[in-house]
Design a protein around this ligand. Structure first.
Ligand code: NAD
Length: 483
């Protein structure tokens, strides 16, 4: 098979197999061909990964931060050297065009490892003067962290979670999505090659039940999930029962508000990036595009022309700009949403059918005249389906943009920067853009409000979520006791 790894799991620095686990078939979405066959983790595999992580964390957490960073930087160099090979594997795993996986997935993961390798040695506590006595704080690692990934950016998600966790002295057991299990195994191998001690980063495969077993284990201090809101609610509740720390990166239905003074071609380009990149399978996508009424028809005409020029095809062809969806289940779900949008009266501008490049393709699709009550405006589709809604005033756009349980991202396009800042200040979203969309450099916090999640990934903000503060009071004189 084209991408069969040596075994299903990578635990304690070694490949590990247990064929008693349920079979996981990995398909290449470009053709539907089975490219690997793995097994879900059994309790024995989960147990080995967790006890290995506990043992490894003790020494890893005590290592000088700069020594941990040196190992992470070696991993960064390996990832960059093997960029082409890793991008090809990511394309096989996800079906995303190679022109995306070469620049977005592993490169963004390497950036995260590089950033936290640089940052971690600068993380220190503080000294608090108390008039003779004093206190100091220590930022300690949490212990063993569990990472659970979604299938849309499998290797980036593994790196975004591993980078702050490991650089700050934690160990990790990572469970990739059962749909895209291959990239995380590469990361585990690369870490060992870079000199990381065995057991610091482990990968176990499995369906939701394996994620649930990890999230409830008493050896685990923290669970970081990237996934849907319904899964997030379950994992958050399970983690709460064990008083564990959490980071929840969940779904969205983010607004992108385009005012009539915006640079139209830039706004259209951003709306397309925020709905069609990765075939629309991006959590922060601006899937409710609010366009001010005066520019609506002009916007739609240019949007349709540019959308129809998108080059769909073989994901491994470097010319291809648009690939299939990740799985048959996702394809079916997206086609159902397109059917519902038509039935509920949205106006189809372009697309609206399954693509003809393979079984899992869906055409890049635009609906206009979408109203707030339509299913397309309320639910996350996670496919290449853009909803265009009209608005008249700034106040109206803000109120309607906030009328959702989600709160992941938001964007505004306007030539009036004062208005841009004023509008963003009122939008309920964790990650926002003015005159840009979906750029997520590691230096900037990434995360959500409302039902879309808690905690932040990337940036200095992630330090808070992978460390805990120990406060130490130091007495310098005799103890004043009434007894
Ligand atoms: P999902 O919720 O179905 O699965 C996510 C992960 O959780 C998978 O690894 C799955 O096996 C695991 N899981 C399922 N049930 C579980 C349980 N009870 N306990 C523990 N783990 C469990 O999501 P998906 O379909 O893989 O990914 C798409 C979703 O992810 C979309 O909603 C998307 O918006 C979201 N997403 C969010 C971000 C973000 O950063 N906010 C990024 C990417 C994707």
């Amino acid at each position: 098979m084209r991408a069969q790894p040596a075994a299903s799991h990578f635990v304690n620095g070694e490949w590990l197999e247990d064929t008693a686990g349920e079979v996981i078939e990995v398909i290449y979405p470009g053709t539907g061909e089975v490219i690997a066959r793995l097994h879900s983790a059994t309790p024995a595999v989960i147990g080995a990964a967790l006890s290995g992580a506990v043992a490894a964390q003790a020494a890893w957490g005590r290592m000088r931060p700069v020594e941990r960073s040196r190992i992470l930087m070696r991993a960064v160099a390996i990832i960059r050297e093997r960029g082409a090979e890793l991008a090809e594997l990511e394309t096989l795993d996800t079906g995303k065009p190679i022109q995306e996986t070469l620049v977005a997935d592993w490169p963004s993961g390497a950036d995260a490892l590089e950033y936290f390798a640089g940052l971690a040695p600068t993380v220190t506590g503080e000294t608090i003067p108390l008039g003779g006595d004093f206190a100091y704080t220590i930022r300690e690692p949490l212990g063993v962290c569990v990472g659970i990934g979604a299938w849309n950016y499998p290797s980036q998600i593994a790196c975004w979670k591993a980078a702050p966790a490991l650089s700050l002295g934690n160990a990790m057991v990572f469970k990739p999505s059962e749909v895209t299990p291959l990239g995380a195994l590469k990361l585990a191998e690369i870490f060992i090659e870079a000199g990381m001690p065995a057991g610091v980063f482990n990968v176990v495969q499995g369906y939701g039940n394996v994620g649930a077993a990890l999230a409830t284990d008493s050896r685990v201090a923290k669970v970081s999930l990237t996934g849907s809101v319904p899964t997030g609610r379950k994992v958050y509740a399970a983690a709460a029962a064990g008083m564990k720390h959490v980071t929840m990166e969940l779904g969205g239905k983010s607004p992108l508000i385009i005012f009539d003074d915006a640079d139209l071609e830039s706004a259209i380009g951003a709306a397309m990036l925020g709905n069609f990149y990765s075939s629309g399978q991006i959590c922060s996508n601006g899937t409710r595009v609010f366009v001010q009424r005066g520019i609506k028809e002009q916007f739609l005409t240019r949007l349709a022309a540019r959308t129809e020029a998108i080059l769909a095809g073989d994901p491994l062809d470097p010319e291809t700009q648009f690939g299939p969806l990740v799985s048959a289940a996702q394809h079916e779900k997206v086609m159902e949403y397109i059917g519902k949008a038509k039935a509920e009266g949205a106006r189809l501008i372009t697309g609206g059918a399954a693509g003809n490049h393979g079984p899992l393709f869906v055409q890049p699709t635009v609906f206009a005249d979408v109203t707030d009550d339509m299913t397309l405006a309320r639910e996350e589709v996670f496919g290449p389906v853009m909803a265009v809604l009209d608005f008249d005033s700034e106040e109206e756009a803000i109120a309607r943009a906030n009328g959702t349980e989600f709160g992941l991202a938001a964007g505004v396009f306007t030539a009036d920067l004062a208005r841009g800042h004023r509008v963003i200040a009122q939008l309920q979203a964790g990650t926002c853009w003015i005159n840009a969309y979906n750029l997520t450099p590691v230096e900037m916090p990434f995360g959500a409000v409302k039902a879309s999640g808690v905690g932040r990934e990337n940036s200095r903000a992630a330090v808070e979520h992978y460390t805990q503060v120990k406060a130490v009071y130091v007495g310098t004189g005799p103890v004043d006791s009434p007894y």
